[in-house]
Write a protein that binds this ligand. Structure first.
Ligand code: NBP
Length: 487
């Protein structure tokens, strides 16, 4: 433990991966910081790192009281512990020493309603509260994350100078903005993660098609993804994917990626995103498909058994015969276009979910500004977010990214390639649920007339749910069965 007579500008409690790195980042930007963690060993570890990484202005405390009292008033304390009850326990542990006007900032991936509950609970004692999404993983936390603070605006003003320095910097400013009231910061981070699920799923499908249908090797895939990262798909996830294909397996032949068990883990934010989309009646099929794929990937043993049963039933191998052969160069270019077009649809879904929630809660979210703060620091950072920002700046009421004139043109230009990839994958028996969901979303949204007329007729037939007509106002009911069967 280190004693200090000078009060720190801010405090951070919870020194696992995220907390430790964010604390060092804050200190490096010149803001003296106090740190605390339930297990004291992490406090000592952080002090040591602060010394090693340039004698950064960081002081560690083993007692919650010393920690809180080491802060300048009004006190600002960032909490970065496991979401859920650990946050409640940490708040109760620390807030007993805090005073009216002090502020708690939860930086975890918290369910937004928990933030709103805690906000009300601490408000009784005059303590201000922010729920701040932090994205960018370990490296982002250390060198510049994307930060999504929502809640008390006064609390935000207390830390504005700090977060603006600590966040990733892009050409149009720091990757942080005041998101809105209540749990909006957590909600926006949740949808960011849902979009991240979609992006990762779409990339994995591009990989699957190129590898299985196109027969590309890992080294070819690495080159292709690196090349894509120099164009419209330029993004963190495409960049790291290129790197992944190059890593050799230190325990055997070939590349490590081929030795990884095909079971995807998850911590819940993608599921919450899909649940919220359903709650708000917003279609988010690409994000939902990515969640479903994680569930199905988890059924490894069941899938192995199913493969065997279907093989015994006559299914031939992994790939069914693709008629007409494969033009590898064209396939690569088609997959790039399919990935890009699918991505636009996925972001359209995420943005529309944010807008629906903003209307429900009165958060007044600025979608263009959200796209801007995702341009750097976070996992979904991508060049194309600048275009999304501009689309919403041009028209803040934009019904969907799909109908922004620039994106609309790009989707139309890419649709042939997109359809070829999805068609080829279907023919080859390679599932591309994300790309298919995006394409179906596009095709459903762009069609002025859908077969919903038939569904309405069925509903009216069996449930007298009534229907509207296209040629006259009002609500109608028909005795369908009687009319259909009368002689
Ligand atoms: P973890 O989510 O792994 O949590 C570990 C921290 O929680 C440790 O400091 C631990 O203290 C503390 N903790 C636990 Br567990 N139970 C506690 C309790 N009852 N009281 C007090 N402290 C408790 O840490 P993380 O991966 O750094 O993530 C922190 C938050 O940031 C999470 O909400 C996470 O979802 C979010 N997040 C993580 C990432 C990422 O890439 N890891 C990215 C973005 C956001 P101990 O040392 O005493 O056990």
């Amino acid at each position: 433990m280190e004693a200090s007579t000078v009060l720190s500008r801010i405090g951070l409690a919870g020194l696992a991966v995220m907390g430790q790195n964010l604390a060092l980042n804050v200190a490096e930007k010149g803001f003296p910081i106090s740190v605390y963690n339930r297990s004291t060993s992490k406090v000592d570890e952080t002090i040591e790192r602060a010394k090693q990484e340039g004698n950064l202005p960081l002081t560690g405390h083993h007692s919650p009281r010393d920690f809180v009292l080491s802060l300048q008033r009004p006190r600002s304390v960032i909490i970065l512990v496991k979401a859920g009850s650990p946050v409640d326990q940490t708040i109760s542990n620390l807030s007993q020493f805090m005073e009216s006007g002090d502020c708690i900032i939860d930086g975890g991936n918290e369910w937004y309603e928990n933030t709103e509950r805690r906000m009300r609970e601490v408000a009784d004692r005059g303590i201000l509260y922010l729920g701040m999404g932090v994205s960018g993983g370990e490296e982002g936390a250390r060198y510049g994350p994307s930060l999504m603070p929502g809640g008390s605006y006064d609390a935000y003003l207390n830390i504005k100078d700090i977060v603006e320095k600590v966040a990733a910097q892009v050409e149009d400013g720091p990757c942080v903005t005041y998101i809105g009231e209540g749990g909006s910061g957590n909600f926006v981070k949740m949808v960011h993660n849902g979009i991240e699920y979609g992006d990762m799923q779409l990339i994995s499908e591009a990989y699957d098609v190129l590898k299985v249908v196109g027969g590309l090797s890992n080294s070819e895939l690495a080159d292709i993804f690196a090349e894509w990262n120099r164009g419209e798909l330029e993004s963190f996830l495409i960049e790291i994917t290129a790197d992944i294909f190059r890593v050799k397996d230190e325990h055997g032949d070939g590349e490590l990626v081929d030795k990884i068990l095909d079971k995807t883990g998850m911590k819940g934010t993608g599921k919450w995103t899909v649940q919220q989309a359903a709650e708000l009646s917003v279609a988010a099929p690409t994000i939902a498909a990515s969640l479903d794929c994680r569930y199905l990937s988890g059924l490894k043993e069941e899938r192995e058994a199913a493969a065997k049963v279907l093989e015994d039933a006559g299914m031939r191998g992994d790939v069914l015969k693709v008629s007409g052969g494969i033009d590898k160069k064209r396939l690569i270019d088609d997959v790039r276009q399919a990935l890009y077009a699918s991505k636009i649809c996925s972001y359209a879904q995420g943005m529309n979910l944010l807008r629906a929630k903003s209307i429900e809660k009165g958060w007044n979210l600025n979608l263009g500004e959200l796209a801007r703060i995702w341009k750097g620091g976070c996992i979904i950072r991508a060049v194309f977010l600048d275009r999304i920002k501009k689309a919403y700046q041009r028209n803040p009421q934009l019904a969907s990214l799909v109908v922004d004139p620039d994106f609309a043109k790009e989707m139309v230009q890419r649709q042939e390639a997109w359809r070829r990839v999805v068609g080829l994958a279907i023919q080859a028996g390679i599932s591309t649920p994300g790309m298919c969901a995006s394409l179906a979303y596009f095709d459903t949204y762009r069609r002025a007339r859908l077969p919903a007329n038939l569904v309405q007729a069925q509903r009216d037939l069996f449930g007298a749910h009534t229907y509207e007509r296209i040629d006259r106002p009002g609500s109608f009911h028909t005795e369908w069965t009687k009319l259909a069967r009368q002689k």
